[in-house]
Unconditional design. Structure first.
Length: 142
C-alpha cells in the first residue's frame, strides 16, 4: 500500500491543490446512511476534523465497497458516477482503485485486530471477514 500511495503521490497532491478535498463523514458505511428525504448521515468522526477531510471519492469508494460486501455491488459505481457529474470531477480509475484498496486493507486489518483482544467476542467471525475485503478489490471499479 505504501508503494501504491507513493506511485500515485502526484495525483493525490494534485487533488489537494485543486481543492478536491471535502469535510466528509470519515467512516461512511451503509449503517451510517438513513435514506429519508433528504438523506441523513450519522455517526461521523466528529471528534477529529482531520479524519473527516477526505477526497469525496475515497468516502464513496469505501461506501461502495461496504455495499458490495453486503451484497449490492451496483451502488458504489452509481454513487461515484452521480457525484462525479455533480462535482464535474470524473475521478481517474487509478484513484478509485487506490482508495478502494486502502479501505479494504484497513478493514481487513481492523477485523483481524479483534483477535488480539483478551476477551474477543465471536472470534470465529473475524478471519472470514478479514478475507472478504482484499478479494473485493480485484472486482471493484473496473
Amino acid at each position: 500500500m505504501d508503494r501504491a500511495v507513493a506511485s500515485h503521490e502526484d495525483m493525490l497532491r494534485a487533488r489537494v491543490r485543486g481543492r478536491r478535498i471535502v469535510e466528509g463523514h470519515g467512516d461512511l458505511r451503509p449503517e451510517h446512511v438513513c435514506l429519508i428525504e433528504p438523506p441523513v448521515f450519522i455517526d461521523a468522526l466528529e471528534f477529529e476534523v482531520r479524519l473527516r477531510e477526505v477526497n469525496p471519492f475515497d468516502e464513496l469508494s469505501f461506501l461502495g465497497l461496504e455495499c458490495a460486501i453486503a451484497g449490492d455491488a451496483a451502488i458504489g459505481p452509481q454513487l461515484i458516477a452521480r457525484c462525479a457529474d455533480a462535482l464535474d470531477d470524473p475521478p481517474p480509475a487509478a484513484l478509485l482503485r487506490l482508495h478502494t484498496a486502502h479501505r479494504a486493507l484497513l478493514r481487513s486489518r481492523l477485523s483481524v485486530a479483534h483477535l488480539l483482544e483478551a476477551d474477543a467476542r465471536t472470534p470465529q467471525k473475524w478471519p472470514p471477514q478479514a478475507g472478504r475485503y482484499p478479494r473485493r478489490t480485484s472486482h471493484h471499479h473496473r
